[in-house]
Design a protein around this ligand. Structure first.
Ligand SMILES: Cc1cc2nc3c(=O)[nH]c(=O)nc-3n(C[C@H](O)[C@H](O)[C@H](O)COP(=O)(O)O)c2cc1C
Length: 264
């Protein structure tokens, strides 16, 4: 099957798919229809923009026809005010209610994060979910062991010894993003996916918090890698605690002014 198939009945030869292609590999044939030369197929990153942008539903990409795609809502999905509310209202939630987040909700969050951008559209992100307090507590304990071993964060270790988890905050869930180190930009891809998930969680009334201490240990302490069962060649590039927020934030705390240079 051809990589792209054009329905000549529907194609208006408007050149939009040609202009939109980020790899600039779609050409115009002698009759003005879009074509993709076989030698250019390896340069296609399968981003689907040609398929998504065609106003006439004339283009099928790798066997995916326009009718196979999710529809786009007309106009912007959210008002500017709603977007601003999402950005300013998100907080790092560190106190959680007892009830866990249902599996199906976590699956929905991870599913939404699939639409985050990835370098060269490589979609390298893998997820590992710790889905109970027992598991996150085990993970936090391994991090505390490592801190003790290397002599860092003595206050967190002391708190751990007194029964207070300041590493994973007693979160009922931990969502870990990992990828092969041999990818193109795996660190950025995982962080963007997690940030997308974090915002989606906030939008769904859940609370998340970046697990920086855990991330440090996951990089350096083999028992954490073993607990996660990471595939060979994979690295943890980010992790988020997740749960139902115990408290509601009443106002937005201040931020520093943006430091911006507009080049002349
Ligand atoms: C990469 C990264 C790592 C973080 N690690 C932790 C952490 O291990 N524990 C924690 O309680 N908060 C952690 N945070 C949350 C920050 O402290 C928080 O984002 C910051 O104080 C601003 O608060 P806000 O997110 O509520 O706006 C982390 C944030 C980022 C971006």
């Amino acid at each position: 099957m051809s990589h792209i198939v054009i329905d000549h009945e529907l194609c208006a030869r408007d050149g939009i798919c040609i202009a939109e292609c980020p790899a600039r590999i779609i050409q115009e044939d002698v009759d003005g229809y879009p074509v993709l030369a076989p030698e250019d197929v390896p340069n296609c990153i399968s981003c689907g923009h040609c398929l998504a942008v065609c106003p006439h539903a004339a283009l099928t990409l790798e066997g995916v026809a326009p009718g196979d795609c999710l529809p786009m809502d007309a106009g912007p999905a959210l008002s500017p005010e709603a977007v601003a509310g999402l950005a300013t209202g998100r907080r790092s939630v560190r106190r959680y209610r007892e009830e866990p987040v249902p599996h199906v909700t976590i699956e929905k969050l991870i599913d939404l994060a699939r639409w985050a951008p990835t370098a060269r559209n490589m979609q390298p992100v893998h997820w590992t979910v710790l889905d109970s307090r027992e598991k996150t507590r085990t993970a936090a304990g391994l991090v505390a062991d490592w801190f003790r071993e290397v002599g860092v964060y003595p206050e967190l270790v002391a708190a751990w010894d007194e029964g207070e988890d300041r590493i994973l905050r007693g979160a009922p869930h931990l969502i870990v993003a990992h990828a092969s180190t041999r990818g193109f930009r795996p660190a950025a891809d995982c962080v963007i996916a997690l940030s997308t998930l974090e915002l989606a969680a906030h939008g769904m009334g859940l609370g998340a918090c970046w697990a920086g201490y855990f991330m440090a240990a996951a990089d350096a302490h083999d028992p954490v890698r073993e607990l996660l069962g990471l595939p060979d060649g994979h690295q943890v590039y980010g992790a988020l605690m997740l749960g139902l927020p115990r408290y509601r934030y009443r106002r937005v705390p201040p931020r520093e002014a943006a430091r911006v240079t507009w080049l002349p």
